[in-house]
Design a protein around this ligand. Structure first.
Ligand SMILES: [Zn+2]
Length: 384
């Protein structure tokens, strides 16, 4: 059954999302300053021992996403260029001229090859950037061959290096990576290093970043993001080692909208004949609220489907186990299939939501559809 194939672990996170607005492809925004690194004490000590002079010419930082690989790379670059670093590898002062330039994203010595950089090379393209393409690879090599602007080491940071799809794009980097040059430093990051061409991988020093502990994640959320400690602990548990995921969840979940939406979406399936209260669209920004509601509904339904197929251990949102359990029980052997149908309906609703249909109509439509799908399935199962 199709549903079962799609359930394999984290693949579920790759459910289709709404296309990015074209505005995202305009002038590349300056990246935010890197966050203070959390955890990874062993790696920091290793670089302390190495010192700036002992650095390799190319590193591949690999490990789960959202654990600080790119943060480490960017902080290392700032520290290398800083005029008054307090320590190495993460001690840039933040106030000298080089730090100002680096933090403003205009350092002539650091090339940060993020999506915004790649998109800026072809502003006419409407396509969403995913990984370094041939144009970007050629431009990176060209820029790295220019002389260092600030007289220091030229650093090139390429996050998600494994997003490169074609071997010939990798091969563009081969020469740069196989001829160590004391004036250049490549910092590549990847959460799927096995996808990188082996000849490229073997030319880098590979450093493995492990997942963060729940304590590391929750303390970062409390100290940096002003999240209440109890909530931080819940997010940290759900994030499974990834601070990036925890931050994304915290941003995506309204304090209670996520819970209200989950209750509503599951109730539509569990008790389709009743009319569960709809999540509030509010008056200020109903379209924004609808976006959030649909996102929360997707998360809850996906989790509910995972619960139906693989049980508690595979469920992300541990706080909602009781709701998944009762929904699953109410739907019986059809639970996974109903949840899968419901997910497809959320996708449909997302597609309608980008048209000029009013948010209230979209939400009302989704409610009717979710209830019908549950009614049809349970009727199938019970009437013989
Ligand atoms: Zn500085």
């Amino acid at each position: 059954m199709l549903v079962r194939n799609r359930v394999a672990g984290r693949a579920l996170r790759l459910m289709p999302r709404k296309p990015q607005a074209a505005a995202a492809l305009e002038a590349p925004p300056r990246p935010d300053p890197p966050m203070p690194l959390r955890g990874h004490a062993t790696i920091v000590r290793q670089f302390e021992r190495t010192g700036p002079a002992g650095l390799a010419h190319a590193y591949l930082f690999h490990g789960p996403r959202g654990v600080g690989k790119t943060t480490f790379a960017r902080t290392l670059a700032l520290t290398l260029h800083c005029e008054r670093p307090t320590s190495f590898p993460l001690g840039y002062c933040g106030t000298c001229a080089a730090c100002h330039r680096g933090l403003a994203g205009s350092s002539g010595d650091t090339l940060f090859v993020d999506d915004a950089f790649i998109a800026s090379l072809d502003p006419s393209s409407e396509r969403r950037v995913s990984g370094v393409n041939m144009d970007a690879a050629r431009e990176v090599v060209r820029l790295m061959q220019l002389r260092s602007y600030e007289g220091g080491r030229q650093v090139c940071i390429i996050p998600r290096f494994d997003d490169i799809t074609f071997d010939y794009v990798y091969n563009t980097f081969l020469k740069e990576l196989e001829e160590p040059d004391a004036g250049k430093l490549f910092l590549l990051t990847s959460d799927r290093p096995e996808r990188i061409l082996p000849t490229i991988r073997s030319r880098t020093s590979q450093i493995r970043f492990a997942g963060l502990t729940e304590d590391e994640i929750s303390s970062a959320l409390v100290e940096r993001y002003d999240v209440a400690p109890k909530r931080a602990a819940t997010l940290a548990r759900k994030a499974q080692g990834s601070l990036g995921d925890a931050i994304a969840m915290r941003e995506e979940e309204g304090e209670t909208l996520g819970e209200v939406t989950r209750r509503w979406a599951l109730a539509c399936l569990r008790t389709p004949r009743a009319l569960p209260p709809m999540p509030p669209l509010g008056k200020d920004d109903p379209r924004g609220a609808l976006d959030s509601i649909l996102r929360h509904a997707r998360t809850a339904l996906r989790d509910c489907m995972v619960f139906a197929i693989a049980g508690e251990s595979a469920t992300f949102d541990r706080d909602a186990l009781a709701e998944y359990r009762s929904t699953s029980a109410a739907l019986g052997p059809n639970a996974a299939a109903v949840a899968a149908d419901a997910l497809a309906l959320v996708t449909e609703a997302e597609n309608i939501a980008v048209t000029n249909v009013s948010p209230a109509t979209v939400l009302g439509w989704l409610q009717i559809q979710l209830r019908s799908v549950a009614l049809a399935r349970t009727a199938d199962g019970s009437r013989r």
